[in-house]
Design a protein around this ligand. Structure first.
Ligand SMILES: NC(=O)c1ccc[n+]([C@@H]2O[C@H](COP(=O)([O-])OP(=O)(O)OC[C@H]3O[C@@H](n4cnc5c(N)ncnc54)[C@H](O)[C@@H]3O)[C@@H](O)[C@H]2O)c1
Length: 323
């Protein structure tokens, strides 16, 4: 097997993928593209491939089998559409876009071409999440509760704390928990929410996103839930809790605890989920088998829709129906 890979964006997360891909048999790095030439050059020196500063030129010159799009949320400016036009399967980091309409147009084109795509909702690739889904098949949950507490990335410098660049904490980071809630119990039908702001913008120059937010959710299957997020905490903490009759399940990154009142079981993951995610994508491309992908582009857009529509609740004070 040989799979030629191209990268658009050679920053932090791209390097995390390159490191994993270099462990997968058959992967060959063909092109490294970043608008900052030095970053593309450093990646090429370490992993191989030709250096580019324009993704259009890379996609024109290199015969690649798939492309990794690892740019910040505000930098999606046609990379996906060009991959689709050239029938190149792509992996794209979350959140897939900041413009819902454009993301939905891309999703339509992906569907038309039946193209293999994958989105970086990496938590889905923990083995304990498979276990949790297995357990849920025999349970009837009533409540799901999510939490994402962290600190402002990069001490408020850079693009994370600018609304027009990251979309804010919910769209950019807590998206992982929204996605996990959908993955575990199904589609969200209706949301309402509030945001809190004012503390971080006094501390960090140019900070213009929420400090905290909370959402109330009704799922299509009748399950009710909520999510609370903040960038006022330190480090990162996240969890999802699910409650049904005489069962409470707590999921935290690589750990699942199932409490059945008289019996408590703990499952701890033994896998590197990003390696699993990359392996699945490469295999899916090689075998042309979309079933190996746990979050494709169209699914990633559904998570994006929840987080962007939440801002309609915050701004307009209305309940938003997602269908
Ligand atoms: N799945 C995860 O757990 C996870 C973790 C971290 C980051 N991410 C996501 O990955 C994305 C990128 O984050 P990052 O931390 O790597 O950011 P980063 O700023 O470290 O790197 C992004 C790179 O993209 C480059 N870039 C921007 N526009 C470009 C263009 N048009 N063509 C080529 N290169 C371009 C920038 O120069 C930069 O080097 C974000 O959407 C982020 O949410 C996901």
């Amino acid at each position: 097997m040989e799979i030629k890979v191209g990268f658009i964006g050679c920053g932090g997360i791209a390097n995390a993928h390159m490191m994993r891909l270099s462990q997968i048999e058959g992967v060959v790095f063909a092109g490294m593209c970043d608008i900052v030439e030095e970053k593309a050059r450093e990646a090429a020196e370490k992993y191989g491939g030709n250096v580019y500063t324009d993704y259009r030129e890379m996609l024109e010159k290199e015969k690649i089998d798939c492309c990794f799009i690892c740019v910040p949320p505000f930098c999606h400016e046609g990379q996906e559409l060009l991959c689709i036009e050239k029938n190149i399967p792509f992996f794209v980091e979350k959140p897939v876009h900041l413009d819902l309409q454009k993301a939905e147009e891309i999703a339509e084109k992906v569907k038309e071409k039946n193209l293999i795509t994958s989105v970086g909702y990496v938590l889905r690739y923990f083995d304990v999440v498979d276990k949790l889904k297995e357990i849920l098949k025999n349970e009837q949950p009533a409540i799901i509760r999510g939490r994402y507490y962290g600190q402002v990335p990069g001490e408020g410098k850079g693009w994370y704390s600018k609304k027009g660049k990251s979309g804010g904490q919910l769209v950019e980071q807590a998206t992982h928990i929204v996605d996990m809630m959908r993955y575990l119990v199904g589609e969200i039908e209706e949301i309402y929410g509030y945001k809190f702001e004012g503390i971080n913008r006094e501390i960090y120059e140019g900070y213009n996103v929420e400090d905290a937010s909370t959402l109330v959710m009704k799922f299509e299957n009748g399950i009710i839930g909520n999510l609370t997020c903040t960038w006022l905490w330190k480090g990162y903490e996240s969890e999802v809790e699910i409650v049904g009759k005489k069962i409470m399940i707590n999921y935290r990154i690589n750990q699942v605890v199932v409490d059945r009142i008289c019996r408590k079981e703990t499952y701890i993951s033994e896998v590197d989920p990003m390696l699993e995610e990359d392996r699945s994508f490469i295999k899916a491309v090689y075998e042309n088998n979309p079933k190996l992908i746990k979050s494709d582009y169209c699914d990633g857009v559904k998570t994006l829709r929840v987080t962007l529509k939440a801002h309609e609740c915050f701004e307009k004070g209305v309940v938003v129906k997602l269908k």
